[in-house]
Ligand binder design. Structure first.
Ligand SMILES: *Cc1c(COP(=O)(O)O)cnc(C)c1O
Length: 430
């Protein structure tokens, strides 16, 4: 500690942390053999690693637009700017006209209703929270009827039967895995029934001998029996893509519709609730609503995203742009990378393939793309790219390291080419 070589580390990291790092280093040397020559460097590296940012920007070259591991939807420039407004003091719960306390939800309720219709709207932490809140506030202690074909697991621990149990509602399963008819719902209704629930089968597809009651049929049953119809849309498509159900179609039929803010909507992580005034207000007033409320940063980014959609500027949302970009544009970018890399001695070829939307959206709706395949050992190349600066996340197709331009953001092309050059050189050296 008293050697001059450590004085600088003490200034930078504080005495206590340096002492701890030296102890850890000496303990390691006892096991692996001491090397006093390199000890200071090893201690410095330990200290640096401890405070290095863990959350880092990565280049997404997987082609998966809503990649759950990479944060799903990237935000638009306007949404990013809105984050910095909310980072300071803002009128998040102040009505500037009257000077009275305002509702944070009211800042975006109008936008949501203009975009999707409905009598009332609410935004919460994420869609899992929206579903849990809907079931808890509207059906606790009652029965909720759901098709056996829709008992989804979204990932992690979001499994419909578990969410149902947590909410205090009793799940009543009807139909079979592949076929559920309107009459199945009708027959399950009893005086204890509180709601019918439709869950969008976001991340899988049942094909072949299938049948599902339409939302319109479910709505007429719910109305006839005076119970709620809750529709968990998952992704919340704003326009028709493939056969993904859209928000606008669901809102007139359902009492409550829920979907994610960071799937096809292209905004920040959030859960959006739209529906009839009474059930939505009941959800907003429930104590659980406070526990799952949207935070001010998210609210700001969501507001900006919704405004862009409402004013016809959806095409500037990264998710929207990626989804709609034609294969010809992907070919141009991949070819541009290939030429640059050839100049630097890296051999590649172009491959026609498809990008996946991901994030439990549009399964079975691949988007045609053109990949840049990098010659060489795939697993070593992808690892080298992942460990580069910035990390590049590639995908492996047919044992080849491939880069999909679809999800590489504007302005990242040069960085990507540099990263591939560095990774290819590292793999060659080994
Ligand atoms: C994605 C999804 C959820 C969970 O939404 P989060 O915003 O990730 O919490 C719930 N239900 C369905 C049908 C989904 O697709």
């Amino acid at each position: 500690m008293n050697e001059p070589a450590y004085a600088e580390l003490v200034r930078e990291h504080g005495r206590e942390r340096v002492v701890k790092a030296i102890r850890t280093q000496i303990a390691a040397e006892r096991q692996n053999g001491a090397n006093e020559e390199t000890r200071r460097e090893a201690v410095a590296a330990r200290l640096r690693a401890e405070v290095a940012p863990r959350l880092r920007r990565v280049i997404n070259a997987t082609g998966v637009i809503l990649h759950t591991n990479l944060g799903r939807s990237p935000l638009s420039r306007a949404a990013i700017e809105a984050l910095s407004v909310a980072a300071g003091y803002s009128n998040v719960e102040l009505d500037l006209e009257t000077g009275k306390r305002g509702e944070r939800a009211s800042l975006i309720e109008g936008l949501l209703r203009s975009l999707f219709g409905g009598e009332a709207a609410l935004a919460v932490n994420n869609n899992a929270a929206a579903v849990l809140l809907a079931l808890t506030a509207l059906a606790k202690g009652k029965e909720v009827v759901v098709s056996r074909g829709q008992l989804v697991e979204i990932g992690g621990s979001f499994r419909m039967p578990d969410v149902m149990r947590l909410s205090g509602a009793r799940m009543v399963e009807v139909g079979t895995t592949n076929r559920t008819r309107a009459s199945d719902y009708e027959q399950a209704i009893s005086p204890r029934t509180g709601a019918l629930l439709r869950v969008h089968t976001s991340n899988y597809r049942v094909t072949g001998f299938t049948e599902a009651a339409s939302l319109a049929e479910m709505a007429s049953i719910a109305r006839k029996h005076g119970i709620q119809l809750i529709d968990d849309l998952g992704s919340g498509a704003t326009e028709r893509v493939g056969d993904e159900p859209t928000v606008a179609e669901s809102v007139p039929l359902s009492d409550v519709v829920t979907f994610s803010g960071d799937k096809l909507l292209g905004g920040p992580q959030a859960g959006i609730v739209i529906g009839r005034a009474e059930p939505v207000r009941k959800m907003a007033r429930h104590p659980l609503a406070r526990a799952v409320r949207i935070d001010k940063l998210t609210l700001a980014a969501l507001e900006a995203t919704l405004r862009q959609r409402l004013t016809g500027h959806a095409d500037v949302l990264p998710v929207e742009r990626m989804l709609l970009a034609p294969a010809a544009e992907m070919r141009r970018r991949a070819a541009f990378w290939a030429v640059k890399l050839a100049d630097r001695g890296v051999e590649t070829e172009l491959l026609e393939d498809s990008s996946a939307v991901g994030g439990g959206s549009l399964p079975g709706h691949p988007v045609p793309t053109v990949l840049l395949a990098v010659k060489g050992p795939a697993s070593r190349l992808t690892a080298a790219l992942r460990n580069g600066v910035p990390p590049v996340i590639a995908r492996v197709e047919n044992d080849t390291c491939c880069l999909d331009p679809r999800t590489v953001l504007k302005g990242e092309d040069e960085e990507l080419v540099d990263a591939v050059e560095v990774a290819a050189a590292a793999v060659r050296r080994r």
